[in-house]
Ligand binder design. Structure first.
Ligand SMILES: [Zn+2]
Length: 150
């Protein structure tokens, strides 16, 4: 599964369509405040969020809960107002949780963007982040408040 959109809602829609039951499980657990992953029993590959079919061809997974830590794979600073996103400027990134084969777009929070050069000294590819979950969750990617640099 490769999905390159940086729009969180577009990504979620494509993910739900492609991952179906695995996506439903992920969002069910996310609503409970847990970040579900799948580990392939055949080859050991890890997927957070889970997918129904491993790159090795297996559909045999064991479930586990991710600690919600990972890295920024790529990022962009958005200066335009986008409905549903934080007030600009804000940071949008592709987040890859630890060991996961797949990445997903989300907001990086807690970065002072008043001085972009200063922000770019802490925002970098490979920077570690940790998931922040909202206290009220509905079972969607927007249950993540964002990802905070650690
Ligand atoms: Zn596999």
């Amino acid at each position: 599964m490769s999905m390159f959109t940086m729009d969180i809602r577009e990504w979620e829609q494509a993910y739900r369509e492609q991952a179906r039951d695995a996506a439903a499980r992920f969002f069910e657990e996310l609503k409970n405040g847990k970040i579900l992953g799948y580990k392939c029993k055949a080859c050991g590959r890890v997927y957070v969020p889970p997918v129904p079919l491993c790159a090795c061809g297996s559909r045999n997974f064991e479930e586990f809960y991710s600690e919600g830590e990972g890295v920024i794979e790529t990022f962009t600073i958005c200066f335009e107002r986008v409905s549903g996103y934080p007030d600009p400027p804000f940071v949008l990134a592709l987040i890859r949780l630890d060991n996961s084969e797949i990445a997903f777009p989300h907001v990086v929070t807690g970065v002072d963007l008043s001085d972009i050069n200063k922000a770019l000294s802490v925002l970098r590819v490979g920077a570690r982040v940790r998931a922040l979950l909202k206290s009220e969750r509905k079972g969607s990617m927007l249950d993540f408040k964002g990802f905070k640099l650690v």
